[in-house]
Design a protein around this ligand. Structure first.
Ligand code: UDP
Length: 150
């Protein structure tokens, strides 16, 4: 579901965030991650809990097809419900990626232990969260999971 009010803060940007299945499975982690999101001045504009289908995961991660981790990634992302969000704030794409921390969990734990991946990541695949990496991917990813909002 998405907030009804028209979102019109000047300088605001939107990004797609995914809280991956191992976070959603653990109510304590889920609650902690959501509190961190709100404390970091993001507005949760849309929120949907769903099991990502194999077709959606394959299309979402198509740039990684052929990588050693691709099959493991698709199978993890479809293993249970994820929470999908459109987050908004100034400079949302970069700020969300900063809050997430590096992709690889050992780097996140070493370089930025307070990041979401540093705190909640379990492995390079189960690294807690996803965030769009550019304005173009944000538009594409929001359209994929929230066609009713775009
Ligand atoms: N991934 C993985 N092993 C790796 C690198 C990436 O399992 O060695 C997974 C991880 O879940 C990551 C996703 O593939 O979030 C997409 O990788 P990308 O390089 O796009 O990183 P992100 O944009 O998520 O930081």
């Amino acid at each position: 579901m998405c907030t009804n009010r028209k979102w019109n803060m000047s300088n605001a940007q939107q990004t797609l965030a995914i809280l991956k299945p191992h976070i959603v499975k653990n109510p304590f982690s889920l609650n902690q991650v959501k509190n961190i999101i709100l404390k970091s001045n993001f507005e949760i504009v849309c929120l949907k809990r769903k099991i990502i289908s194999i077709e959606e995961a394959e299309s979402f991660y198509s740039e990684h097809k052929g990588q050693f981790f691709y099959n493991r990634l698709v199978s993890f992302m479809t293993s249970g419900p994820s929470e999908l969000m459109v987050l908004a704030r100034e400079n949302a794409i970069q700020e969300w990626r900063l809050l997430m921390g590096p992709t690889k969990v050992f780097r996140a734990q070493f370089e930025n232990p307070c990041s979401l991946r540093g705190q909640f990541g379990l492995s390079d695949t189960r690294n807690a969260t996803h965030g769009s990496d550019s304005p173009e991917s944000a538009v594409k990813e929001i359209q994929l999971f929230f066609p009713e909002f775009s």
